[in-house]
Design a protein around this ligand. Structure first.
Ligand code: TYC
Length: 103
């Protein structure tokens, strides 16, 4: 077959085989007992935030009740939320991180 002759195209579009994984928000919940500096320390350690980023997220939760920390796949979001919550519990603080699916 000459190079210019090609077989007829029978399929125009193929459904992508991979789907984007659903994403989950990690949410920081305010409380009246956990020290501000401790919240900032946990945000920096578990979510690799700068001092400035962590302070802003902490203050947003402090003033509004909750703040979205970051968005991850489900496993990563749940693991980080659990680790961050456990860091507070280890010090006797009621610090709470929850997860919630993105719309
Ligand atoms: N409200 C706490 C205080 O005044 C600080 C704090 C901020 C705690 C955010 C939790 O998610 C939180 N010491």
């Amino acid at each position: 077959m000459p190079e210019s002759v090609t077989a007829p195209q029978t399929k125009t579009k193929t459904k992508p085989k991979v789907e984007r994984p659903k994403l989950y928000k990690v949410i920081l919940v305010n409380d009246d007992f956990t020290p501000r500096e401790f919240v900032v320390r946990v945000l920096k350690a578990e979510f690799r935030m700068s001092e400035d980023q962590a302070a802003k997220v902490m203050m947003t939760a402090h003033q509004r009740g909750v703040c979205v920390v970051a968005v991850f796949t489900r496993d990563v979001a749940e693991t980080k939320a659990t680790r961050a919550t456990d860091a507070g519990r280890a010090k006797g603080y009621p610090l709470l991180f929850t997860t919630e699916p993105e719309e």
